[in-house]
Ligand binder design. Structure first.
Ligand SMILES: Nc1ncnc2c1ncn2[C@@H]1O[C@H](COP(=O)(O)OP(=O)(O)OP(=O)(O)O)[C@@H](O)[C@H]1O
Ligand SMILES: [Mg+2]
Length: 814
């Protein structure tokens, strides 16, 4: 065992020999046939330990070849390559017996144990992969590739690293007797790669699993794996700690219970009654019979029941199986005959519950008629898209009423984890079915209307699976008759469920999902429509809520209109209903106090009940100075007005843009300025004005990001107004993209924008002439109230928005 040390030159690591008791012995060494090539690594195979970079481990150097390797490495001052044996039984491992990914290690020192075994204290440095083993040496050597990806500072990685450290610390807290130093060392580790390796080294898992971590070169994947492993570990530790605590206190308790149970069994025997457990099993069996499950499910249920039967009642698994059986039993497996749809009745119900929405009701009725004629056909999935409070949910409820179905809601907003839709496997602690199956149990029938709310806010797929694709499976008529929830692990037929989706915006709905749906847009209501909705539905509903009788209070139309205009600004009617509720509650207080027997609410009474008006005539306030134009924007909650403010200061011709503008909007501002410059002569602007000033365009509210090309016209008008000193007419709003040649290009969201203008008290709206085809979208009442000017060219926009120029070249105020 000592022959090789004799020839180790003194220049090698001095530490190497400190524990070697027999240096200087005889030299019968079989010298390497050839020198170890510069680019090769001396390999030491190990059993049962995986060395990670950064980690210090004692490796037992028992085998002849390994000792030869260690000494040669020390002599040459070269690192060792540590490889885990894939075949731990191999005494003299060949390359096939090894994993080909390992860690290079510096030997810090050698120790000989009291029993004569040799250990090398190794510090892992880098991952490597074997390219090729070289033959003809008394130990293994290999040509390798060092795997050393640079540390990236990707937020994705950093986030995972932070979570990983937290979880690791949490795990340490759950472990008994962890030395303080370990916690301190872990807290001190920086960098995601080092952290991952450090924790991998600490993990109490099988060598093969550690090797798998070592071989996961992609840092992000490795972090995810570790996170998963740690989460699992934490769950296990928590449960085991809980059980520990519980059992400690309850051992005596259990003995007592056991005695009592035994006694009870005896008594029941005497009385000729079955055992308690047997009764429960019989009950479950009966429930399974009655549930009329499909064959496969029935089999599964009975198998689980058998397992339950054999299990002592106190066993932890007992309650898990019991819960599972309860789920199977309570799910609506039975196919019930579908209630016939009466289209006339459906029409009546829709009209009863909703004012207006003619087109939408018509499409719903068409949809129902198709279902009626062909109940087994694959009908498309309806999806209501529109701002909050326009009646998406309540239309769904009406459809349920009209088809005689139960209504259930599933909220998908913020669902990031596929398991929320599809459930967790039963092996997972605290597993439950996903929300589709949960709401079916709630509905109690497969013939229900299931409203999937906020499909546009579904979280993107991450490492917890893609909820979107799970949903796709739910909605796909080809697949949903055998929908498999992870918890149930048996197929459930969803094909008789009528799914309806809702969303605020269309463009964040995942594409494949959108393709599967029939989109029905609800753009929002005009003030008149709101008045009608309030008079017919909202007031009555709030009366019931406050317990007032209709004869006790009357809200005049003017008061309702004032609430619509001065206290709310929304596309839907939700706030309107809330404000009406507030008014009625203060009426209720006064009537209850006996102050008055009944009340009539006019517009002047509102301030006392609702406070000062919330929405002043903002437009008049803001515009009216040169450089400010009113634009129209489309937003997920309906349209809104926005102000383009331009100002000028002495400078050198720079254009400053603020207000969180997106790239398209910035470019649009630049294009508008170029157009103004190009037309400066016709517009009466002195060209030197541009050279001597900086122009600042701001779009409040500065905190909301804005983008899109449709403010082009408004920017052009604002800049022209600024540079000619002519204020924009304050009751005009405009929308339209602008080209460098001065053409006004069409835009989207016409209806929402026009309604927003109306809400804001605008009287004239400039729209691109090429949007004429959308005229029909605009409700007639809005068309009556608003003057719509169709513009084809930028000059027409100027003519319609600015007063005629008096002076040839107006001096622009700075
Ligand atoms: N056309 C209408 N006629 C009568 N009531 C209406 C109409 N539109 C909306 N409502 C009422 O307005 C309220 C809000 O509607 P609902 O809850 O359906 O909005 P929603 O579109 O689902 O909004 P969200 O996107 O916030 O879920 C409900 O009480 C609904 O009955
Ligand atoms: Mg809703």
């Amino acid at each position: 065992m000592n022959e090789r040390t004799a020839e180790t030159p003194a220049s090698a690591d001095a530490n190497l020999h400190q524990d070697q008791p027999t240096r200087g012995a005889q030299a019968t060494r079989q010298a390497p046939l050839r020198a170890v090539p510069e680019d090769a690594l001396i390999i030491v195979p190990v059993r049962n330990v995986v060395l990670f970079p950064g980690m210090v481990l004692p490796l037992t150097v028992g085998r002849e070849r390994s000792r030869a390797a260690a000494h040669e490495a020390a002599r040459l001052q070269r690192p060792l390559g540590v490889l885990l044996q894939s075949n731990p039984d191999a005494e003299e491992p060949n390359p096939e017996d090894l994993h080909w990914v390992g860690t290079t290690a510096n030997v810090l020192r050698y120790i000989t144990g009291p029993d004569g075994t040799h250990h090398a204290i190794c510090q892992g440095t880098k991952r490597f992969r074997v390219l090729q083993f070289l033959e003809g040496y008394p130990f293994m050597i290999a040509q390798v590739e060092i795997i050393d990806p640079p540390e990236s500072s990707d937020p994705d990685i950093e986030g995972r690293a932070i979570a990983l450290k937290q979880r690791a610390l949490e795990t340490l807290q759950l472990l008994p007797q962890v030395p303080e130093e370990v916690v301190a060392a872990l807290s001190g580790v920086t960098g995601a790669t080092r952290l991952a390796d450090f924790i991998s080294g600490l993990m109490d898992i099988a060598p093969a699993e550690k090797q798998a971590l070592l071989e996961t070169f992609d840092l992000r994947t490795r972090l995810d794996k570790l996170l998963e492993l740690l989460s699992h570990r934490i769950e296990v530790l928590k449960v085991s700690r809980e059980i520990d605590e519980r059992t400690r206190g309850s051992i005596e308790d259990m003995n007592r219970k056991h005695l009592l149970r035994e006694q009870m069994r005896q008594i029941q025997k005497e009385l000729g009654e079955g055992e308690e457990g047997a009764a429960e099993i019989a009950e479950l069996e009966k429930a399974i019979d009655e549930a009329k499950m499909p064959e496969e499910v029935d089999k599964q249920a009975r198998k689980e029941l058998k397992r339950l039967q054999r299990m002592p009642e106190g066993a932890g698994e007992y309650s898990m199986i019991r819960t599972y059986l309860d789920w199977l039993i309570e799910l609506p497996w039975k196919a019930e005959p579908e209630a016939a749809i009466d289209i006339a009745e459906a029409r009546r119900i829709l009209d009863d519950d909703h004012f207006g929405l003619e087109k939408i009701k018509k499409r719903i009725l068409e949809y129902l008629a198709v279902r009626k004629l062909n109940p087994s056909g694959k009908s498309p999935i309806l999806c209501f898209v529109g701002p909050p409070g326009v009646g998406k949910t309540s239309l769904g409820q009406s459809i349920a009423k009209a088809t005689g179905r139960k209504f259930v809601r599933v909220s998908l907003g913020g669902v990031h984890d596929e398991a929320e839709i599809r459930g967790h496997r039963r092996t997972y602690i605290g597993a439950l079915p996903g929300n589709i199956i949960q709401s079916l149990r709630k509905a109690g029938t497969r013939n229900c209307v299931m409203m999937l709310d906020e499909v546009d806010k579904l979280g993107a797929g991450g490492f917890q699976g893609d909820p979107g694709s799970a949903l796709l499976e739910v909605l796909d008529p080809e697949q949903n008759s055998t929908f498999r929830d992870n918890y149930l692990a048996v197929p459930f037929d969803l094909s008789t469920v009528m799914f309806i989706c809702t969303a605020n915006v269309l463009d964040t709905i995942p594409g494949p999902l959108r393709d599967r749906m029939e989109i029905i847009q609800l753009p929002g209501y005009t003030a008149e429509e709101k008045l009608q909705i309030a008079k017919r539905y909202l007031v009555a509903r709030q009366l019931t809520a406050t317990g007032l009788k209709p004869e006790q209070v009357q809200i005049t139309d003017q008061a309702l209109m004032a609430i619509v205009g001065d206290y709310t600004r929304e596309a839907g009617v939700r706030n309107l209903e809330r404000e009406i509720g507030t008014v009625l509650r203060s009426v209720a207080v006064r009537i209850a106090e006996g102050e008055v027997p009944h009340m009539r609410i006019g517009p002047d009474d509102l301030a006392a009940m609702l406070g000062p008006r919330k929405f002043e005539a903002e437009v008049a306030m803001r515009s009216g100075v040169p450089g400010v134009a009113t634009g129209l924007a489309w937003t997920p909650v309906g349209g809104d007005i926005l102000f383009i403010e331009a100002t000028r200061m002495p400078g050198s011709g720079k254009l400053i843009l603020t207000g969180q503008l997106g790239d398209v909007m910035k470019e649009s501002a630049q294009a508008a300025l170029s157009l103004v410059k190009a037309r400066s002569q016709e517009l009466g602007i002195a060209p030197e004005l541009f050279e001597k000033s900086d122009i600042h365009v701001h779009v409040p509210a500065g905190a909301t990001p804005k983008d899109g090309p449709s403010a082009g016209v408004a920017m052009f008008v604002a800049l022209t107004s600024l540079l000619t000193g002519r204020p924009v007419k304050s009751d005009v709003a405009m929308t339209g993209e602008i080209s460098l040649r001065g053409l006004v290009l069409p835009i989207g969201g016409v209806k929402e924008k026009v309604l927003a203008a109306l809400r804001a008290g605008i009287s004239t709206v400039l729209l691109p002439a090429r949007n004429r085809r959308d005229l029909e979208e605009i409700p007639p009442s809005a068309r009556e109230k608003l003057k719509i000017v169709w513009v084809e060219r930028a000059d027409e926009a100027i003519a319609a928005t600015l007063p005629p120029a008096h002076v040839e070249t107006a001096p622009a105020p700075a």
